[in-house]
Ligand binder design. Structure first.
Ligand code: IMP
Length: 418
């Protein structure tokens, strides 16, 4: 089985814990896009782990953790993450890094900061990790790859060329010597992990091994299919697996979506079901909705069924895992957005124009809340009827079967639906 896990909203759906759960059944876990903008939180035995670059599957000894070529890597951040995990007794013996993944350089972060300040009110609200400029350099064919850090001459030449561009662009005088030394040192430290991950994945598949592809961010942050320009710079949808890993689409056997029982968004950009009221605040507080990477408060709102239907279509979802249902416990009424209204017209399919995302009004179906503590529930049949109705409605609107539900952050607080 080669399973893809993708976020169905604007990221932060709880993919980390889902991946941690599914990782038990596979031989390798692969990150295929994004970079240290991601923050996957896993809680094991009360201990919290936050992953930015390393696949959370590393927590399972003996499983391969692969960072494929579609990822952009900040080597300093990666080494820090490796050291932190090692200090907590997690071995890095099974870590593999693609030689073709691109390197995030300090000038990428400087460019991003400058660009965001130029945008002013129209800023994207990025994580500030240099992700956009690193992918821009990749597309412009001047990017530095992890493999380049292993060859002094190649790296020097590429760095020199890039510094000519960035010095002019930003008016900052970078020390070529310092950057050269620092990044060659990173290369030295990471050398033993850097390899051809496309080939590795292919060989694992040929041997019949099971792989899990760990999506970062979410469908609505996808560079092509998200709420552009308020998106990240990679393909965070299932399609990103093939280009990000260098595998054919036929090798994917299952696509699992993850959605939170309500909606959140961190950063700027349109959010039709956003609640700027006490219910939004309640979701934020109860859901501890603060970014795992930046600590920024996440904007909160009702569940968006139009967006889920879109995620089902764009990713070809086979099934869905719904997380954080318990956060809605105290509410008298719960709402699900079933369509949008724009200029008097009803819209059933997720639009692809900024003005509609920004100005549409959500059309809601209101349902009774359950007003019961579900956080201790361990099976679907023990959920209050109103909670089951809510879950069924999401399935129906989203056109995707819900297979698992979570009611708490611990590994065991997740159960199957019938
Ligand atoms: P960037 O990926 O740092 O360029 O940020 C672009 C947009 O994606 C911003 O709105 C970020 O807040 C959002 N974003 C990036 N990574 C994540 C994530 O892991 N979870 C949620 N939002 C994210």
């Amino acid at each position: 089985m080669n399973i893809v896990v993708v976020g169905c909203q604007w990221g932060d759906e709880g993919k980390g814990r889902v991946i941690d759960l599914l990782a038990r059944k596979v031989d390798a876990v692969v990150r295929y896009q994004g970079g240290s903008n991601a923050g996957h939180t896993v809680i094991v035995g009360g201990e919290k782990f936050v992953f930015h670059l390393i696949p959370s599957g590393i927590l399972h000894s003996g499983k391969k953790a692969i960072i494929a070529g579609g990822v952009v890597i900040d080597p300093g951040q990666l080494l820090k993450e490796m050291e932190d995990l090692q200090k907590r007794g997690i071995s890095m013996d099974n870590l593999y890094i693609s030689a073709s993944s691109h390197v995030v350089m300090p000038y990428h972060k400087d460019l991003e900061r400058w660009e965001e300040s130029l945008r002013g009110k129209g800023r994207i609200g990025t994580t500030g990790r240099g992700i956009g400029p690193a992918y821009a350099d990749k597309a412009a064919r001047r990017g530095i790859r992890m493999g380049d850090l292993l060859e002094k001459e190649t790296f020097k030449e590429k760095l020199s060329f890039n510094l000519k561009i960035y010095t002019n662009l930003l008016g900052i005088n970078y020390s070529e010597k310092e950057l050269l030394e620092k990044f060659l040192e990173y290369g030295k430290k990471l050398r033993k992990y850097i390899t051809d991950t496309s080939l590795l994945i292919y060989e694992l598949m040929k041997k019949g091994k099971d792989l899990l592809f760990e999506g970062a961010q979410g469908t609505l942050l996808d560079i092509d299919h998200g709420t552009y320009p308020y998106v990240t710079s990679s393909n965070s949808t299932a399609a990103g697996v093939c280009s990000g890993c260098g595998i054919g689409p036929r090798s994917i056997t299952k696509v699992i979506g993850v959605a939170k029982a309500y909606t959140t968004r961190v950063g700027e950009g349109p959010f039709p079901t956003e609640l700027k009221n006490e219910i939004g605040n309640l979701l934020q507080e109860r859901g501890n909705e603060y970014g795992a990477t930046t600590g920024r408060p996440r904007r909160c709102g009702w569940f968006d069924g139009v967006a889920l239907r879109y995620a089902t279509r764009i990713n070809g979802l086979d099934e869905l895992i719904l997380t954080k249902l318990d956060i809605l416990d105290p509410l008298d009424k719960v709402k699900i957005c079933v369509a949008y209204k724009f200029k008097g017209k009803l819209i059933q399919d997720f639009p692809n124009r900024f003005i509609i995302w920004r100005d549409c009004e959500p059309v809601y179906e209101e349902m009774d809340g359950w007003r019961e503590d579900t956080s201790k529930v361990t099976s679907y049949k023990d959920l209050p009827v109103a909670a089951r109705n809510y879950v069924k409605k999401i399935e129906q609107i989203g056109k995707v079967p819900i297979r698992l539900l979570s009611v708490g952050p611990q590994r065991e607080e997740i159960f199957a639906t019938p």
